[in-house]
Design a protein around this ligand. Structure first.
Ligand SMILES: C[S@@+](CC[C@H](N)C(=O)[O-])C[C@H]1O[C@@H](n2cnc3c(N)ncnc32)[C@H](O)[C@@H]1O
Length: 356
C-alpha cells in the first residue's frame, strides 16, 4: 500500500491553503464537527476549504483501514475480487483508491456519494492515480445497475447516514459482500451492530471479527464495545500534520466488519478454538489477562470470556507477540482449565498456540 503525501493530495484539492497554519485550523474545524458539533456536520461537504483539509488528513489516515481488514480474511480475496466494488459515501475516493491499490487488475470501481463537491474531487483523485480505470460515481443508489456479484463498502459513512438509508442501499444492490470500516467508537459500534439481525436474517455470515459467524453479539447492550486497533506509519508530511493538530493516528480504533452471503465457502468460520481479543485486562508478574470473544459451539453463540495466560508456560517469543498485539487480533489456543478469582470472576487458563 502507498504512503499518501499531503502535498500530492493537496495538489488535487479544490482549495489552495495560504500556509500550514490555515490548513491546521481547517482540520481542527472539521474535527470539531465530527466529534462535538454533529448537527453542523454536513456543512464540511459543501466547503472547498474543508473538503481540501479532509483530503490532507482524513484521506491518508483512513486509507490503511482497508488493507487492515483485507489482511484478516486472506482466504476470501478470490471471492471478493470477483465482485463489483461499490464504495458507499465514497467522499474524496479514499477507499476506492485503497481498493484499486489492492486489486489493481479490476477494470472499474463504483461509488455512491451525495455531495457533488466530494464526487468531483474523487473523480480527479482517481484519474490522477489510475487514469486507465473506469470510475463511476453516482449520487443515488438508483443510478447503479450492476450485473454479477457486488461488494458494498461503508467507510466512515454508515455513521453519517441514517441506518435505514444504509439498509435501503443494501436491499437495492443485493450485495454478496458487505464491509464496514467505521470509527472505533461506542456510537458507531451500535450503528454497525444494529444491522446485525437484519443481515443474519438475509443469509449473511460475519467473516470478521465474530468467532461464530451466525450468532448474535455478546456485547450488545453492554457498556463495552467490540473494536480493533490498527497501528500504522504515514508519510512524514502526514505525521507532521498529526503533530501540529495534536491528533495521534499511529494507533487508530476502528469498527471493522466483513459480511458475506451464506453460500460463500470459507476456511475462516470452520477454524476451531479461535478467539478475538476485545480487551486487555492487565499484566501481572506471572500472567497476562484479557477478554476475548469466542464461539460457543454448544450454544451456537458468541461469548465474552476472561482468559489467563501464564508466562511460565509459554515461550518468550510468543509472549512478546502477545505483548505487542492489539485489539482485534485472533488467538489460537487450547484450554488448560477454569478457575474463579478472589472476586468470583470465572477465568479460563489457556495455552496459546498462535496470534494473528
Ligand atoms: C466521513 S466521509 C467518508 C469519506 C470516505 N469514505 C473516507 O472514509 O474518507 C462520509 C461521506 O459519506 C457521504 N454520505 C453521507 N450520507 C450519504 C448518503 N445517504 N448517500 C451517499 N453518500 C453519503 C458524505 O457525503 C461523505 O462524503
Amino acid at each position: 500500500m502507498r504512503q499518501l503525501s499531503v502535498e500530492e493530495l493537496l495538489s488535487l484539492a479544490p482549495y489552495g491553503f495560504s500556509g500550514e497554519h490555515e490548513l491546521c485550523k481547517s482540520i481542527e474545524d472539521i474535527s470539531f464537527k465530527f466529534t462535538q458539533n454533529r448537527e453542523q456536520l454536513d456543512s464540511y461537504l459543501s466547503s472547498d476549504k474543508e473538503i481540501s483539509a479532509y483530503m490532507s488528513f482524513y484521506f491518508p489516515t483512513h486509507y490503511p483501514k482497508f488493507s487492515y481488514l483485507l489482511s484478516k480474511v486472506p482466504s476470501l480475496h478470490d471471492g471478493l475480487k470477483k465482485a463489483h466494488f461499490v464504495d458507499v459515501g465514497s467522499g474524496p475516493g479514499t477507499f476506492m483508491l485503497a481498493y484499486l491499490d489492492l486489486f489493481p487488475l479490476s477494470n472499474a470501481v463504483y461509488g455512491i456519494e451525495n455531495s457533488v463537491k466530494m464526487k468531483q474531487v474523487a473523480l480527479k483523485v482517481l484519474a490522477h492515480y489510475y487514469p486507465q480505470k473506469e470510475i463511476h460515481i453516482v449520487q443515488n443508489k438508483e443510478g447503479l445497475l450492476l450485473k454479477g456479484p457486488v461488494w458494498l463498502n461503508f467507510g466512515h459513512s454508515l455513521n453519517e447516514m441514517q441506518v435505514e438509508i444504509g439498509l435501503e442501499i443494501i436491499k437495492k444492490l443485493n450485495p454478496t459482500w458487505i464491509s464496514f470500516l467505521e470509527p472505533g467508537t461506542l456510537q458507531s459500534f451500535k450503528v454497525v451492530n444494529s444491522l446485525r439481525s437484519s443481515l443474519l436474517q438475509n443469509d449473511f455470515k460475519n467473516y470478521f471479527p465474530c468467532p461464530n459467524s451466525q450468532a448474535m453479539c455478546p456485547m450488545e447492550g453492554a457498556d463495552n464495545w467490540c473494536h480493533q486497533n490498527l497501528f500504522s506509519h504515514f508519510h512524514p508530511e502526514v505525521e507532521r500534520l498529526m503533530q501540529k493538530v495534536k491528533k495521534d493516528r499511529f494507533q487508530q480504533n476502528m469498527v471493522a466488519h466483513l459480511w458475506g452471503k451464506d453460500f460463500v465457502s470459507t476456511e475462516v468460520s470452520s477454524k476451531k478454538s479461535n478467539a478475538r481479543v476485545v480487551r486487555f485486562s492487565g499484566e501481572t508478574k506471572f500472567s497476562f489477562e484479557l477478554e476475548a470473544c469466542i464461539n460457543d459451539e454448544t450454544q451456537n453463540s458468541n461469548d465474552i470470556v476472561n482468559f489467563v495466560i501464564l508466562k511460565k508456560k509459554h515461550e518468550k517469543k510468543l509472549l512478546k507477540k502477545l505483548k505487542n498485539s492489539l485489539l482485534g487480533m485472533e488467538l489460537t489456543y487450547s484450554i488448560l482449565g477454569h478457575r474463579k478469582t478472589h472476586q468470583g470472576v470465572l477465568t479460563t487458563e489457556i495455552q496459546l498456540i498462535d496470534i494473528n
